[in-house]
Structures are given as structure tokens and as C-alpha cells.
Design a protein around this ligand. Sequence first.
Ligand SMILES: [Fe+2]
Length: 477
Amino acid sequence: MVGTLQTPQTHPWAKAIAKPGQEFPLTNLPIIAGAIPTGLQGSLYRNGPARLQRGEMKVGHWFDGDGAILAVHFAESEVRATYKYVQTAGYQAENEAGKYLYGNYGMTAPGAVWQQWRKPSKNAANTSVLALPDKLLALWEGGRPHALDLETLTTRGEEDLQGLTKKLAYSAHPKRDPITGEIFNFGMSFGRQISLNIYKSDKTGKIIQSTAIPLQFGAMVHDFVLAGQYLIFCIPPVQMKALPLLAGVSSYSDACYWQPELGTKILVVDRQTLSVVSQGETEPWFQWHFGNGYINADGEVVLDLVRYSDFSTNQYLKEVATGKPETLAPGTLWEMRLNPQTGKVKQMELVVNRGCEFPVVSPLEVGLPSRYTYMSASRKGVDFSTELLGAIARFDYETGTLTVADLGSTRYPSEPIYAPDREHSDRGWIVTVVYDSQNDTSEVWVYDSDRLDAEPICRLALPSVIPFGFHGTWKSR
Ligand SMILES: [Fe+2]
């Protein structure tokens, strides 16, 4: 059920999500410090849950907030930004009603229990974005994407990519091959049979091939890996209590439970044929996100991921929405080697023993050998259970070095996004949206990707606070 408003918020960072994010139209951003690098030409797009309450009603989980997109356009020496809610049908109906009407990932719909089964979930459109040549997609893993105007972020409506029927979902972690431009993604179907639907699109986003793979279990498949000619899925042992969910007495989040004795299932799929190459099973863990994957000289798949010992991270993320998390659930960066022909894990190694999330690589290296993984990281000495990740970092797999951008105890950077330099393909910039809890403001910071431990190259002021979000992307001009 929808909870009641909780006050006061105890953590300074909680101010960023205590009020709904305020939209603004295309606006020139003033430079606070530094200068915009000339090679930084393109757009940053970021998505996240921007509204966590309506009236006295609060969402049940951080994942339930209505999605709003931030676009920051870097063109020549000018930077313009806009921030808009995705105008989903559910958002518009609730806006009209002035209250929540629908259930979502972590909340059941308000109203009588016996009427729950009749109420659809709302597409929150709040998780990530995919920039196509002629549109931006707002992604949410429980449904179809929404198409928006690349410049103004005006919502055009639900998008089927010429292959998604109304009931099919298109997840929030598509992978784009930097050489062919092909886009791979998946979506889960839950019915009598759990199915993993895999999609291959051309560079315009049009779905040109798809398949459905039946799964024995897998209530929570959030991300996957493109590694050379393979797509790799690690399916954690999260099961779902179907009856309370179908009856509408339990939210999806509450229906999920950890069953470690099932182990983690590995699924290797051929990217050409979309057929299963191998399946394996290994020790239990949970991951939301992978960094990257590639094939090494021995023909093995090498990938990295942020690994959790169980599913308690879901409880922590639920509590974040209240501003008072208390569950200890740190994730750390691991590297895995896998035989793609057998699905057997050959090595699983902890590489960064520090709380982290949102591992990313340069978009030019997705599926290919990559030396660096960038991530959000915890500041040294902080309490994992009550704090958010307060730093960004880069791990160098060649030297084993972690370089950290520590923004101080009152600033919170978003997932670091790698923007390739337009003039020099071997260098790039890290763009992050920073919430300053002392001044209650948000800024855009640009770092030289090779100098995260130096001052940012440029800082730009945003007109309003951008509530903490999940994922973004960079679209080069
Ligand atoms: Fe994600």
C-alpha cells in the first residue's frame, strides 16, 4: 500500500528527493568555474525518478517515482539544458487526479484489495535513456519505451520499435555495438512461463530480430553483457511469489524473495542467431549492473559487474525513498572469466573492494576490450547503510589502480557518463550531475577522464535541483 509522508528527513542529501523535481525549458547554463572543452560536443541525457509523492501519498520504493529527463546540450561554447517529466498516460492521469491511481514496482494501487487485479501498473519511464538518430527513448524495464524529442524532450508517446506488442517490455540496459551500430536488448515476460525476450535492432532502433527463451526462474534480470559475438545473462536466484502478486495484495518488489540454493544461472546467447550457446550454474550472488564484456586472447568472456551477496540491496533502495535508509547492502566490483562454450565460470575475482555502483565504459568500447571501468563509489569511512555513493572513480585493469574524484562530504555526483572527445578519439570527458546538499543546488561537472583526481575542467549551474537519478547516456554531435 502507499505509505504516509515521513518527516523530518534526517540526511542532508534527502532534500534532493524530498520535493518533486521542477521542470525547466531549454535554458542557457552559466559557467561557475573553468571552461567547456572544445572537444565536448553533444548531449548528455539522464533519467531518474523525480516525483516520489503526490499530496500525502508517498511511493513504496525509489523505483516507483515518475521519470523525468535532464538533457544538457553542449554546442560550440554554449550549453543549454532542459528538464521534463515523461508524459506517460499514467503520469497524466495521476496529475489530473492529484493522487496516485496505479500500482508500481514497489507499491500496490490505492483502494480496495478486491479491486487490485483490475488495475494496471503505471509505466514509470524512469530508469534510463537510449538516444536514437531521430528520438530519445525513456526506458523502463516493465514496459515499452516512450519516445521524446531529442532537443526539447517533448513526449511523443509509447514506442513499439516496429516489434513490441503492447504487453512486451524493453529493458533499461540496451547495448549498442560501437562498430556496427546494432542495438541489443531484452525484456522479461511473466505468465504461465517466464520468458527472456531478446531483441536485435538496427542503428535506427527498429527491431530486426527477436527470440523468446524460456527460463526456470528469474524474477529480476536487470542488465546483461555484450561480449564480442555473445550476449551473456547472469540470472540471480530471485524468485517471485506469483499468487499474492496476481491477486494484487503484494507489490512486485515484495513478491520477490532470495533463494540462494538455486545458484546463479549463466546464459550465453549467440548475437548473430540469438540462439542459446550454453547454460551454466554457479554460486549465488545478485547484481544490478555490468560494466563491460569482451573476448580475451584465450577465447574466454571477460566481464565485470557490481556484485552483492544477496538481494538486500532492494530493501536499501526502497528505504532511500524515505530519506532514511538503514539496511547494509554494499556492492563491490568483480571481474569474471567464463568459457562461452560451456557456460562455466572459470574465475570470479574481487577487483575493487569499496562500495560502488553504476559501472560504465566508453561507448566506443562496449563489447570490446576496455582498460578502464568508471563507477560511482563510496567515500572512505562512510556508513554504507545510511549514506549514498558520494564519489566517482575509475579502475584501471592494467595497473590495478583506482582513481577517485572525491567531491567532499556534501556533494553527490550521479553515475559518471563517458563522453568521447570529438577531436581526439583516444580521450574523453566524464560528465556528472552533482547535487550540493549545502546549497541545495544541482550542477553539471565535467572531468578529464584521465584526471579524475584533479579539479573538474568545468562546472555549470542548473536552474533547479535534479533529484538523484539512475542512468544516462551521451550522444555525440
Ligand atoms: Fe540499472
